[in-house]
Design a protein around this ligand. Structure first.
Ligand code: M6R
Length: 613
């Protein structure tokens, strides 16, 4: 969480930094700030609220300067407020710092500094780290760079920091551990960011900074070192990303744009991998660990949030098609519960951002114990992609809306490819079934387009009807159960309506007590092996005067006679159908959020990339 931006070069830094902050606002948006070098002094502006509030606060004040840093915050230590916003200024006033991450032992360091007479202006761990660095610099009479190195060896936790020093013009010092940092290389200028979006308009050449690395960045040089002060050669990569991919392109919200992009993003996930005429799936990442997967006795899937829901669906698909035992774990639980792992285990990590702290640490632990890590990640070059032994990118393109939509369907597409490929290699699927599912998968982009072409007005009307609900239940069985969980999560995130996902049959063991004439119950009731059973569950809700909204397959004649409202998707095999049934649920949440007047791209309290635990 938190977005960080920096610039040093010959242009004015402020417009670049502010524009970068807007691009990174998805990472956190409770306050923001900038610091600019103006001659031998620093100018700092900060404000609670979104970046627009900061701009308004700055108004016509001086923003001159060709070196600057900026921060958009997702609060961890201290409430969102002007004084807790970054950048923080050191006691001497000479250093300004922005920080993304958590300094876990900050309280101990803070006490030491208080004993030395420090007084803090904010409640943050970040201000403690900054003054700790300055204290080391003063007491050891060493350079800022050396002081940063010493301080970082002492702190525990995660960080990306960017520091500017009034005494070192045109210089930004940056360091990372556990949070992302990208440096863009321009012509006698450098750009820094939590991801590449702030620099896309200026350069495609980037360096991804690794943990325990420190960068000294000036307009015409980038010096990279480790914490032992050894110089490292930067590995420059070319970005394969266009500016249009991170703009709204005429849509009201990124979330809507991303929902509508799904026919093409799913096609991108399949492209070059699903080779229908050869009855073959090409996934070079899977080939890299082919033996492991072919012989695996179990696969452990580790993820959080929506990515965990993709993992849950993968459990159903892999167990059915590959006959491999699959365990799906919340990364945050897995990392702390001393799981039994050995060298035979394959861990599949699923993450849109590739930076989720819980997932990342869970993988590090599993890797230490000898497991093979396979990453299914959207953001190219992200930390999870880099620590994986092998993997597949999902190719959904940048997802900016905080609620995951296109990244989820891309994850499902890749997981289905993986399951089909492994099943074929293990001989656990017949040729006919393999081919049938491959064709079904290939048809998905067109079927998602059908939903977007035919169902939006209907879903809008349903959203309007239920926009004032206080609670909602989402029910599904079998392959439709993970979709029920995902539908409920989407509604919670975007509309702040309390929603629960349940296996439909589990309803009678408790949740049915919630049913009254006010409660909307959303059934994921596409054609599958349990269709008659889910119809019985619907009847049980209707008998108690609940409102039934059902996602049904085209051609279903029974469900519409029971349900109050229906959302239709094209017919598909039950294994593949989750790529379709989630789309109406995404749209339903989106329109309910819009009708409730909420900021659907930046729901309260959330952040896109959860880089703290
Ligand atoms: O980047 P990741 O996929 O690792 O993120 C995991 C969750 O934080 C994420 O899916 C979250 O639940 C989304 N807000 C869901 O819409």
């Amino acid at each position: 969480m938190c977005g960080i931006v920096g610039y040093t070069g010959s242009r004015q830094a402020y417009p670049i930094v502010i524009d970068g902050l807007k691009k990174l606002e998805y990472r956190g948006y409770d306050s923001s700030g900038v610091a600019l070098q103006q001659g031998s002094s620093l100018k700092v502006y900060k404000k609670a609220g979104k970046v627009a509030a900061l701009e308004e606060h700055i108004g016509i004040a001086s923003t001159l300067g060709t070196t600057g840093i900026g921060h958009t915050r997702w609060a961890t230590h201290g409430e969102p407020s002007d004084r807790n916003a970054h950048p923080h200024i050191s006691k001497s006033g000479n250093l300004a710092m922005i920080h993304n991450g958590i300094i876990e032992n900050y309280a101990q360091i803070k006490n030491e500094l208080i004993k030395e007479g420090y007084q803090f202006q904010s409640d943050t761990d970040s201000e403690v780290l900054l003054n700790f660095i300055e204290d080391i610099k003063t007491n050891n009479a060493c350079s800022l760079e050396e002081a940063i190195r010493i301080a970082l060896k002492r702190v525990t936790g995660a960080y990306v920091i960017l520091i500017i020093d009034a005494e070192q013009p045109d210089t930004i010092i940056a360091a990372r551990k556990g949070s992302p940092l990208v440096i863009g290389i321009g012509n006698k200028e450098h750009f820094l960011g939590s991801d590449a979006s702030p620099m896309l308009a200026y350069t495609k050449e980037v360096v991804y900074i690794n943990d325990y690395e420190l960068a000294i960045v000036r307009p015409d040089e980038l010096i990279l070192k480790n914490l032992g002060n050894e110089v490292i050669t930067p590995f420059v990569q070319k970005l394969d990303l266009e500016l249009a991919a991170i703009e709204k392109g005429g849509y009201d919200h990124f979330m809507l744009k991303e929902i509508f992009e799904q026919p093409s993003t799913i096609a991108d996930s399949l492209r070059g991998r699903l080779v229908l005429h050869e009855s073959r799936i090409i996934l070079s990442g899977v080939d890299a660990i082919q033996e492991k997967l072919r012989n695996a006795r179990r696969v452990i899937i580790v993820a959080c949030g929506t990515s965990w829901h993709a993992g849950l669906l993968a459990e159903y698909v892999i167990e059915e098609l590959c006959r491999i035992n699959v365990e799906v774990e919340y990364a945050s639980e897995f990392r702390y519960r001393n799981p039994i792992i050995d060298g035979d285990d394959v861990i599949i990590a699923i993450s849109q951002s590739g930076e989720t702290a819980d997932t990342l640490v869970a993988l590090e632990r599993a890797k230490e114990q000898g497991a093979t890590i396979f990453g299914i990640v959207n953001v190219v070059g992200s930390s999870i992609a880099r620590i994986s032994h092998a993997g597949c990118y999902t190719h959904a393109g940048p997802e900016i809306g905080v609620a995951s939509t296109k990244a989820y369907t891309a994850q499902l597409a890749v997981l289905m490819l993986l399951a089909l490929k492994v099943a074929q290699e293990r001989g656990t699927i017949s040729n006919e079934r393999f081919q049938a599912l491959c064709h079904e998968l290939n048809d998905i982009p067109g079927k998602v387009q059908w939903i977007l072409d035919h169902e939006v007005d209907n879903i809008k009307a349903i959203a309007y009807k239920y926009k004032d609900a206080h609670d909602a239940l989402y029910l599904g069985r079998g392959y439709n159960f993970p979709t029920a969980l995902e539908g409920a999560l989407k509604l919670k995130e975007i509309s702040y309506i309390h929603a629960e996902g349940y296996p439909a049959a589990e309803m009678k063991h408790g949740p049915i007590a919630l049913v009254d004439e006010q409660l909307p119950v959303v059934f994921i009731a596409s054609q599958d092996a349990y269709h008659e059973k889910i119809i019985s569950n619907m009847q049980e809700i209707k008998a108690r005067k609940g409102k039934v909204i059902a996602v049904v397959s085209e051609g279903d004649e029974i469900t519409p006679t029971i349900a109050d409202d229906i959302m239709t998707v094209p017919l598909a095999d039950e294994v593949i159908a989750p790529l379709l049934t989630v789309v109406p649920l995404q749209l339903l949440s989106y329109y309910i959020g819009v009708y409730r007047g909420l900021d659907v791209d930046k729901p309260r309290n959330l952040a896109k990339s959860v880089t703290v635990e």
